[in-house]
Design a protein around this ligand. Structure first.
Ligand code: NDP
Ligand code: ZN
Length: 359
């Protein structure tokens, strides 16, 4: 079968591989729709992931049809339409039992696609621990929505969850690409008061308003700390979700918050976006209260697994928000994942998220 792979740092190409075979707990999936992720760009072109010479098929955002299952899989069968989360951990690992399945077996080990095994940009791909890592796509759910749940929604929502947003809190979401837009939606669902959305692309700004942003802050038109402090009488916000920017933006997040606030990062800091600071993310001493400001910094990989996906399905099915609005560019045919990935790399200003449908 063919797959679209990272064959070396900064290099992607089509390769031929054997179709994977399901072990007792695995499922083999034939993708019906795929999306590239900004994380693929960090991985391939920004030194995000060292595969130590391994050639791996890319892709971790997929929905598909179950092709075959292993002998111990109970809840899924060939022909089922499934949502495949980006994070498919080993659920029996100690970290999973401790509540951090994202780090099962090793740091970020829940991220199995590309990191541990081949990803989904291929004719078929393998999902480990299928009963715990697949969810049924309801017939009435659009492919657009289902595909966005796999990574964009779970990540954005986790940014809001980790920010510990309480009803009435003022929140800044820095970065309103597809990830940050879901953080805006998550902040709205958590009952935020004002939601400051930081970005500049007009299409993203429109969706941010639809998803609940009350204020738009354009980082290209002035210092975002000054803009947000001015809007909050110099007090700052209760929580920040970081879904874009660089090392400097991280420092700005600390500067725009009140004592007792939470700064929740969901950015993937590849070498590009923290090059100014070397390998260190700076915490500004003053805004940190010389170390005593009671500010919490948390950063997390998105939650995966079946129960998470089923809960997100529930949010969409109950009509609370429509993640399908994020799809701005559509392609047809597996071979088009290449175009979709390069589109994600080039990021034209009218792009939010591309989707590749496969027959
Ligand atoms: P995008 O590139 O589409 O969006 C980035 C956003 O940040 C845009 O709104 C952009 O503004 C804004 N931005 C850029 N520079 C600055 C700046 N200096 N100050 C303030 N805002 C700025 O990215 P995605 O939404 O696709 O992804 C966001 C991040 O999430 C990536 O790092 C990705 O790898 C990561 N990610 C993390 C996951 C996790 O599990 N934690 C999972 C998936 C992705 P503009 O409107 O001008 O473009
Ligand atoms: Zn991703």
């Amino acid at each position: 079968m063919k797959g679209f792979a990272m064959t070396a740092p900064n290099k992607v190409e089509w390769i031929e591989k054997e179709k994977p075979k399901a072990g007792p707990k695995d499922a083999i999936i034939k993708p019906t729709a795929l999306a590239p992720c900004s994380s693929d760009i960090h991985t391939v072109w920004e030194g995000g992931l060292d595969l130590q010479g391994e050639i791996r098929i890319l892709g971790h955002e997929a929905i598909g049809i179950v092709d075959s299952v292993g002998s111990e899989v109970k809840d899924f069968k060939p022909g089922d339409k499934v949502i495949v989360p980006a994070i498919t951990p080993n659920w029996s690992a100690k970290a999973s039992q401790c509540g951090f399945h994202q780090h099962a077996d090793c740091l970020l080990g829940g991220y199995q696609f590309t990191f541990v095994r081949d990803g989904s940009m291929s004719e078929y791909f393998l999902v480990n621990d299928a009963d715990a890592n697949l969810a049924i796509q309801p017939d009435e759910m659009s492919d657009e929505s289902a595909l966005m749940l796999t990574d964009m929604v779970t990540t954005g929502f986790s940014g809001a969850e980790n920010a510990n947003i309480q009803i009435g809190d003022n929140v800044a979401v820095i970065g309103i690409g597809p990830v940050g837009l879901n953080a805006v939606a998550g902040a709205e669902l958590r009952g935020a008061g004002r939601i400051f959305a930081v970005g500049s692309r007009p299409d993203c700004i429109n969706i941010a308003k639809k998803y609940g942003a009350t204020d738009i802050v354009n980082y290209r038109e002035g210092d975002i700390v000054e803009q947000i402090l001015a809007e909050t009488n110099g007090v700052g916000v209760d929580a920040v979700v970081l879904a874009g920017g660089n090392a400097e933006t991280f420092a700005q997040a600390i500067q725009m918050t009140k004592p007792g606030s939470t700064i929740s990062n969901i950015n993937y800091f590849g070498t590009q976006n923290y090059k100014n600071a070397g390998d260190i993310l700076p915490i500004p001493r003053d805004a940190w209260g010389a170390g005593m400001a009671h500010k919490t910094v948390v950063g997390g990989l998105c939650p995966g697994g079946r129960v998470r996906m089923e809960k997100l399905v529930n949010v969409v099915e109950s009509g609370r928000f429509d993640p399908g609005l994020l799809i701005t560019h559509r392609f047809k045919g597996l071979e088009k994942v290449e175009d979709a990935l390069y589109l994600m790399k080039d990021k034209p200003r009218d792009l939010i998220k591309p989707m590749v449908k496969i027959d």
